[in-house]
Design a binder for this molecule. Structure first.
Ligand SMILES: Nc1ncnc2c1ncn2[C@@H]1O[C@H](COP(=O)(O)OP(=O)(O)OP(=O)(O)O)[C@@H](O)[C@H]1O
Length: 238
């Protein structure tokens, strides 16, 4: 059974059909990337999954339950977590304090410190544990935010352009981190433009175009699909 499924999902903004009859299924343990030209409706689709927008029609199922109208916090409680593009970290606090906030109400005081150290190590932030988060590099801030998103060990992690603005080395390290999380059982759905990253992590790729699923397959199938190349070329003509 799919961990996440949308059935005939629709969202309009005025006359704009931003999500058009989207039937999408994500299998447990999958790493899946969502790509598509600017304005294709990727962010809107994410926000529908998270409950930040409500769909006009259609269904969203998570782990077999209908969450179409569920509040965002209910979806988080069910095991969905998200990392947005803009870091939501506390800039004035240290790296360690940020992770403490993410974890403190969810793990017992006896293991809190150990869990934080483990996360710091995993995020390659151990040497910067006491640095103000606002002074971390761009890539490190993104990792800290990934850490905060995965602190509660969600079943499904959504990432909106996780490697935007990163160097190629940071991008690769981010992919490796996500693969580690995936090996530990986390399902991953990422909106991403960086095709090297998509090639590194994605088992499956979905191309959105004009709010609809335009193509689906492995990265090799997508790259070889001339229709997909054409919609990206269309974008540069615009
Ligand atoms: N709240 C809103 N009200 C009105 N129109 C919106 C709203 N949110 C998004 N749109 C429009 O819906 C379309 C799809 O936007 P969306 O941000 O989902 O695309 P995207 O694929 O994520 O694009 P990008 O890659 O540029 O982030 C765009 O034309 C956008 O202007």
């Amino acid at each position: 059974m799919a961990i996440l499924e949308t059935r005939q999902l629709n969202k309009r903004f005025g006359g704009l059909h931003v999500t058009g009859n989207v039937d999408f299924a994500l299998q447990p343990g999958e790493m899946h990337c969502l790509i598509g030209p600017n304005g294709a409706g990727k962010s809107t689709f994410f926000k529908l999954i998270l409950g930040e927008h409500l769909s006009d029609s259609g269904q969203i199922l998570y782990d077999g339950a209908d969450i179409t109208r569920a509040k965002p916090f209910e979806r988080i409680r069910r095991g969905i977590s998200v990392k947005f593009q803009v870091p939501g970290i506390f800039r004035e606090l240290s790296t360690r304090q940020n992770l403490t906030i993410a974890l403190q109400h969810h793990v017992s005081p006896q293991v809190l410190s150990e869990e934080i150290d483990r996360l710091l190590e995993f995020l390659k932030l151990a040497d910067d544990r006491d640095k103000q988060a606002g002074n971390l590099s761009h890539g490190q801030k993104q990792w800290l935010e990934i850490g905060m998103a995965v602190a509660l060990k969600p079943q499904l992690l959504l990432l909106d352009e996780p490697t935007a603005g990163m160097t190629p080395d940071e991008t690769y390290a981010t992919g490796a981190m996500l693969q580690d999380l995936n090996r530990a059982g986390m399902t991953v759905l990422a909106v991403e433009h960086d095709m090297a990253f998509v090639r590194q992590i994605a088992h499956q790729v979905t191309v959105l175009h004009l709010g609809k699923i335009f193509a689906q397959g492995t990265i090799d199938e997508i790259v070889a699909d001339e229709r997909v190349a054409a919609i990206y070329l269309g974008e540069s003509d615009a």
